[in-house]
Structures are given as C-alpha cells and as structure tokens.
Design a protein. Structure first.
Lengths: 212, 286
C-alpha cells in the first residue's frame, strides 16, 4: 500500500512526511478535578485529570520523602473503530499507565510534597494513532493546570518509517502498517529525553540516520 | 469529595426549604443544559451533554446480529455505562464498577421496558432486518467524564439526543435460495435511516432533602439527601419507569406527589432538549 505517494510525496491524509497533525489543547475541562486538560492530535482525543497533591489513600504505599505518583490509562468503549469490550485492565492499558507514570514522575518535583499522592487519570475518547503521546501531552497540561511543581514541560510525539521515508506523527492506518515506530518524550527546555520506546515489526534491517 | 461542615449542611437544608438553592436556582429548576451532537465521528450516533459541571458522552454503534429466539421480530439494544476516573478518583480501577452497573441497569429499565420487551421506549421492531435471522444490535455506550450530581438524568438526556442523531444504514437483503440459508446482507454506505425518537423518555430524579424535593441535585445536595426517586416520563406524559432505591422510607402519598411533580418538570425538560437537538442539528448542517 502506498503510504507515501511517490510522485507528490504526500501521505494518505495529505500531510508531508515531516508534518505533524493539527494539535489543540484546552485546560480546565473537568471542573471537579484539581487540574485537567483535553488534548487533540488530529483525530486522537484525550482527556487528562489530575487529583492532588492529597493525602495518601493506602498508607502502605506512602513514601516518606517524596510524593507518590499514580496513573491510570483508560480507553472509552467507542474510542476505536471496533467497539472495545473492556475499557481498562487489559495488558496494553496497564503498560501505558506505567509508561505515563514513569514519564511524569521524572518531571514532577516530588521531593517538595512528601507523604502525599498525585493521581493522574487519562481517558482516551478517540484513538487514531499516537495515543501514548497525546496522553503524555494532556497529562503535562493537566499537571500545570493543577499547579503541581515540575522540572519542565514534557512533550511527546511518535514517528515511523514507511516506504523508505521517515514519517512524523503516525495516524492509526500508518501505525498498523507494520513498519517500525518510535515514541519519544522530551523535557522541552532542558532538552533531555525522558521516554524512548521503539517498536520494530517485520523489519529486516534498520539503519540509523541522523535526522535534520 | 470534600466533606461538608455543619454550617454548610445547614445552609443547604435551609436554602432548599426557602426555595433558594446554593447556586440561586429554585427547587424545580434544572441547571443550564448544553448539548453537542456527532462528537464521535466513527459511531452511528453520538452526543455530549453538559448539565452544569456534569459532563457525559454517549455513543451508539449499530452492528448486524441475530435476533433473540424468543423475540424474532425485534432487534437488540444493550446499554453500558462507564464511569471514568477523571470524574472522581474513587472510580479508579474497579471502584467505579458498582455505580456503572447501577446506572446501566437503571437506564436499561427506563428505555427497554420489561423482559418480554413490552413497554420499551425504543421501538425494537424498527431494528429488524430479516425476521428471525438478521437484526441490528444497538450498543449504547455512555462515559461519565465529570460528575457533579444527577448522573442518571444527564445520561438519559444524552441517550435521547444520541438516538436522535443516530443513522441506521440501509440494508439490501438477498434472501438466498432456501429459507434455511443465511441471507446476504449488503450494508449501504450512503443511505441512512434516522431513528424515530418520539417515544424515547427522559428521566427526572427528585431528591428529597428535609421536607422538600429538588430536581437536578448537585453533588453537595446529593450528599444531604434522605431519599431519591427517579421517574422516566415520555412526551405524552406517560410513566415509563420508576426507581426508588434505599434511603429513608417514604409515605405512599409522598411518592404519588413526587410522580406528578416529575411529570410536570419533564415536559419542560423535553421541550428544552428538543430545542437543543434542533439547534445542534442546525449547527451540524451548516
């Protein structure tokens, strides 16, 4: 299948290979939460809500010199094209919850809030590729809205390689094409990588190219 | 939820007794409702309803399936509600399961009637394609994003709006050579049939605080309630369902009074929803 048109260089949705989808963010969408944000990357729509810092619910998990960060990732039944039966608790959701938690934990100044708990809840409303990245971006905005002290803003995006072209910000069709894809999370001003996940499928050989 | 002090509790009770609630509303006033349709493009119908700070999304997906052998001339509808932990941290993991199940069952009772399919607010026979063999299965999925009380009313309103936004694709049926053959169905991508929602009810929940009832309680007011009655009423003023769960016992005359109050309030709610649906459709057409 032609993911990149050989004549024009356009992708299936009309973007150039190094072009991101349209992004949109909105803060304060859940009134009851301490901080919340809605983040859209193209058709992928994600809501993040932050509750905290607050008292630790489970005393056994309390950490004495820093805050406890917890995260849960859930996908709505209607978020994917085929209806999902189990909104959360499956392996992929558990793994993504862990990834988001570790990424955000690295940037929150947890030592300023000992004996407390910060809950980050992410809900995917529409999934069209790049949900991991959209969730991290939404979580960053929600944490900022909650006024939680952070080292830096975490931004995230995905990329892939199809038809011998590196492609930025894959949508669902490009993501399921079977090429390799990488998700990167970066501390924006400090310019440090905080998340790097590469998925290699059906590729015989991958050369390393330094992108421009 | 943050606990309420004694002073705050007195304030809520006193305000309700004097017909002036904490946000300035009268006892039988709803919060401003805002409605958006078509929020989930890949679903057959969808709606997002905001009732104050309560925010719910409902999506309806239609899939072809086989009808129940007990009711070969009716389609099937399943309602499934999920409470997202973004609404409250207690809904994390399996914490929201109890509330989700309660809401799902209450809504199924209001919209789908009894076990034999009698008294359903949704006309199930309009979902049949080939009698006894092929029918539409409607999956109604609700998601609670933000909760500030009165989830049942908000979800029921969202289901009503989503149904009005739902298009069932037209099907061309090829019956095949013998009656035992599975018919070939060709689902059209172009033509859609709009769902008939004139019989779909709304739900009005009356919360008793002290000696008075209020409509559309916020989370704080719900924490002070002694009991609640949810009444499902349709356009013609007929009662489609009634639920009273737990709480203090109510005198039967009080329940009859609550029903008549709910009927009266529901007519107003139905006309507000209808005008919001029309406005949303007009926006969508532009």
């Amino acid at each position: 299948m032609e993911y990149v048109n050989p004549l024009t260089g356009f992708r299936l949705d009309g973007r150039r290979p190094n072009e991101m989808r349209q992004i949109r963010g909105e803060i304060g969408v859940v009134a009851k939460a301490d901080g919340s944000a809605l983040f859209e990357m193209g058709n992928t729509k994600v809501i993040a809500a932050v509750y905290g810092p607050r008292e630790v619910r489970n005393k056994g998990q309390q950490i004495n010199n820093q805050a406890l960060v917890r995260c849960e990732y859930g996908m709505a039944n209607f978020s994917t094209g085929d209806r999902r039966r189990k909104p959360k608790g499956d392996r992929r959701s558990t793994e993504i919850s862990l990834v988001i938690r570790q990424t955000m934990e690295a940037c929150i100044l947890t030592h300023l809030m000992p004996h407390s708990q910060i809950d980050i809840f992410v809900q995917v409303l529409q999934a069209d590729g790049g949900t991991r990245s959209a969730c991290i971006n939404a979580a960053t905005l929600a944490l900022a809205d909650a006024g939680i002290p952070m080292r830096d803003i975490v931004t995230s995006c995905s990329a892939g390689y199809l038809c011998s072209t590196p492609l930025l910000d894959l949508n669902y069709v490009e993501d399921s094409a079977g090429g390799p894809d990488v998700t990167v999370g970066i501390l924006a001003k400090m310019d440090k990588v905080t998340l790097l996940q590469v998925l290699l499928e059906h590729t015989k050989q991958l050369e390393c190219h330094r992108g421009a | 939820m943050v606990g309420l002090s004694t002073g705050e509790k007195h304030f809520i009770h006193g305000g309700i007794a004097q017909d002036l609630r904490s946000d300035g509303r009268k006892r039988l006033h709803f919060r401003p409702i805002s409605v958006e349709t078509g929020v989930i493009p890949q679903a057959n119908g969808s709606a997002r309803v905001r009732l104050g700070a309560t925010d719910v999304i409902v999506s309806i997906k239609a899939e072809l399936g086989k009808p129940n052998s007990f009711q070969p001339d009716k389609g099937k509808v399943a309602i499934f509600i999920d409470c997202s932990p973004t609404a409250a941290p207690e809904f994390e993991g399996r914490g929201g399961e109890e509330l989700s199940s309660e809401l799902s069952v209450a809504l199924e009772r209001c919209f789908l009637g009894g076990k034999t399919g009698t008294g359903a607010g949704i006309d199930l026979s309009s979902l049949i394609v080939v009698e006894g063999k092929v029918c539409w299965d409607l999956y109604i999925d609700g998601l609670v994003i933000s909760s500030d009380g009165n989830l049942l009313d908000a979800l029921a309103a969202a289901i009503k709006v989503a149904l009005s936004n739902t298009g069932i694709p037209k099907v061309n049926v090829d019956l095949g050579a013998s009656p035992d053959d599975q018919p070939e169905v060709d689902v059209s991508d172009e033509e859609f049939l709009q769902f008939d929602t004139s019989g779909v009810p709304v739900v009005v929940t009356l919360t008793k605080v002290g000696r008075h009832y209020i409509v559309d309680a916020t989370l704080e007011e719900e924490s002070q309630m002694s009991s609640a009655v949810s009444v499902s009423v349709n356009r013609h003023g007929h009662i489609c369902g009634l639920t009273k769960r737990g709480g203090a016992g109510l005198d039967p005359s009080v329940i009859l009074d609550m029903i008549s109050v709910a009927k009266h309030v529901s007519q107003n709610l139905i006309s507000v929803l209808d005008s919001e649906i029309a406005a949303a459709e007009a926006n969508a057409d532009e």
